[in-house]
Design a protein around this ligand. Structure first.
Ligand SMILES: Nc1ncnc2c1ncn2[C@@H]1O[C@H](COP(=O)(O)OP(=O)(O)O)[C@@H](O)[C@H]1O
Ligand SMILES: [Mg+2]
Length: 404
C-alpha cells in the first residue's frame, strides 16, 4: 500500500485534534461525572490541568467541549488567555456565548434578561470594552463595582441560576491559564468558591503550564481544596503505542517488527513528538509495511522539522541575554536547575541581567519555576535542542567578542 500525504492520518500541531486521543479515557470519564454531579445539584470540583508544552492540554479541552455538547451543556469553547488578554473582556465574550446558548432553553428564558443585564454591567467596566450586542439595559449596581473578584462572583452566580433554571449547566474552558494576572486568578478562585457554595451548575476546566497550580494557590490559599489538580504528563507505553499504531491500522497500513518501537522510543511519551515523527515517517517511508530501516532514515528528517517548528520558533523572539540564560540551563543538564547556578554559568556582566532574562523567559512561556529558586524548560527535550543548536560556549564567545 502506498503512503502519501493525502492518506497520512497523523496530526502534529498545537491544538490539532489527534486521530486517536490516547490515554485520556479516565479524564473524559471524570469530566462527565463532574457535569452529571453538578446537574444533580451535588458538589463537584472544577478541574485544573497542568503540564509541559505538547502533552495534549488543548486537545483535551477540545474533547471536553465535545462531551459537554453531548450532554447538552452550554460551553464557552476553548478560549486561550494571551499575555495581553483583557480578562474582563474575555469573560464577557465567553459568558455572552453561554447566554446565547441558554436562550434556546425554554425553561431558562425567564431569568435570561436579568443575566444579560448583569453581563452588560460587568462588561461596561472592561477597558476598551467589548462590543456586546445585547438588547437589554445594564443593571446598574450589579457586577460593575470595578472590583473584579466581586463582579465576577456576581456574574457567574447569575449565569449559574439561569443554567439551573434550564436544568443543564455551563462550562468555561480556559487555556493558557498561567497567563492570567494574579488579580484575575484570585477572581476566578473567589467566583468558583461562591458557585460551589451554592452548588450551581457552572464548571471550569483550566489548563496551563506546570506552575499553574502554584500560581492559583498563591492567589488564594483555599484554591488548594477548591479545584481538582490534574498534572498531564507523558503518555503511558500502552497509550503511546495506540496513539501511533491505531491510526495506521485504521488506514490499512502496518509497521514491521521494531519499526513502531523505534518511533516510540524517540517520542518518549510526548504526544507532539509522536505525531510529528509518525507523520514524517509515513511520507518518507512511502510504502506499507513501514520497515525499521525506513524509520531509521526518516527520524533525522523529523528531528529537523521538530527543531524548526517545535523549538526554534520559540527561540526566535528572545534577546541574546535570554538565549544565553537558556543555554546555561541546558549546559547544567536536564531537569530543574538552580537559578544561582544558571546565573553563574551564563556569565552575565551584571547580576540583574540574570533576573531580567529569567522573568522575560517566564513571560514568554519558555521556562517556569517548579519550586523556589529553581527553573526548568516548559518544552520537553528543550535542553537537548539548546545544546545542539545553541551551545553555551558559542554564545559566551559571541558575548565576550562584544556582539551584543
Ligand atoms: N492523547 C493524545 N494522543 C495522541 N496525540 C495527542 C494526544 N494529546 C495530544 N496529542 C497531539 O499532540 C500535539 C500537541 O497537543 P496540544 O493539545 O496542542 O498540546 P498542549 O496544549 O499541551 O501544548 C497535537 O499534535 C495533538 O494532536
Ligand atoms: Mg496548548
Amino acid at each position: 500500500m502506498q503512503l502519501t500525504r493525502a492518506n497520512n492520518p497523523y496530526s502534529a500541531g498545537a491544538g490539532t485534534m489527534p486521530p486517536v486521543l490516547a490515554g485520556r479515557d479516565k479524564d473524559a470519564e471524570n469530566f462527565r461525572t463532574l457535569l452529571e454531579r453538578l446537574q444533580n445539584g451535588a458538589q463537584g470540583r472544577s478541574l485544573v490541568y497542568s503540564g509541559l508544552r505538547g502533552v495534549g492540554k488543548t486537545v483535551l479541552l477540545l474533547e471536553f467541549e465535545k462531551i459537554a455538547a453531548e450532554l447538552e451543556w452550554d460551553c464557552t469553547g476553548v478560549v486561550e488567555i494571551g499575555t495581553t488578554t483583557d480578562f474582563r473582556a474575555s469573560i464577557s465574550r465567553m459568558t455572552h456565548r453561554l447566554l446565547r446558548g441558554l436562550s434556546r432553553r425554554e425553561a431558562a428564558i425567564a431569568r435570561l434578561n436579568q443575566a444579560l443585564g448583569v453581563l452588560k454591567a460587568f462588561n461596561v467596566t472592561a477597558p476598551g470594552g467589548f462590543q456586546l450586542n445585547i438588547d437589554v439595559s445594564a443593571i446598574a449596581g450589579t457586577a460593575d463595582s470595578g472590583d473584579i473578584e466581586e463582579d465576577l462572583s456576581e456574574l457567574l452566580t447569575e449565569v449559574g441560576r439561569v443554567a439551573q433554571a434550564g436544568r443543564k449547566g455551563v462550562v468555561y474552558l480556559i487555556d493558557e491559564m498561567q497567563n492570567l494576572t494574579p488579580v484575575a486568578m484570585s477572581a476566578v478562585c473567589m467566583a468558583f468558591h461562591k458557585i460551589a457554595q451554592q452548588k450551581l451548575p457552572v464548571a471550569l476546566v483550566g489548563a496551563g503550564l506546570p506552575a499553574l497550580p502554584t500560581q492559583l494557590r498563591s492567589a488564594k490559599p483555599y484554591s488548594e481544596r477548591l479545584f481538582e489538580y490534574l498534572p498531564l504528563g507523558r503518555l503511558s507505553a500502552g497509550a503511546a503505542h495506540s496513539a501511533l499504531v491505531t491510526p495506521a491500522t485504521r488506514q490499512g497500513a502496518a509497521y514491521e517488527a521494531g519499526a513502531a518501537e523505534l518511533i516510540l522510543e524517540k517520542a518518549d511519551g510526548y504526544p507532539y513528538v509522536l505525531q510529528e515523527c509518525g507523520r514524517v515517517v509515513w511520507e518518507e517511508a512511502g510504502f506499507s509495511p513501514i520497515t525499521y530501516e525506513a524509520v531509521e532514515a526518516a527520524l533525522p528528517v523529523a528531528q529537523d522539522i521538530l527543531d524548526e517548528e517545535f523549538f526554534d520558533n520559540r527561540v526566535e523572539g528572545v534577546t541574546n541575554e535570554e538565549r544565553r540564560y537558556m543555554a546555561a540551563m541546558a549546559d547544567l543538564g536536564d531537569g530543574p536547575q538552580s537559578t544561582a547556578q544558571v546565573t553563574e554559568r551564563a556569565g552575565y556582566k551584571k547580576r540583574t541581567s540574570s533576573g531580567k532574562a529569567r522573568q522575560a523567559l517566564i513571560r514568554h512561556g519558555l521556562v517556569f519555576s517548579p519550586e523556589y529558586g529553581k527553573v526548568d524548560f516548559t518544552v520537553p527535550h528543550f535542553g537537548d535542542f539548546m545544546r545542539r543548536r545553541y551551545p553555551l560556549h558559542g554564545l559566551l564567545q559571541a558575548a565576550s567578542a562584544g556582539d551584543e
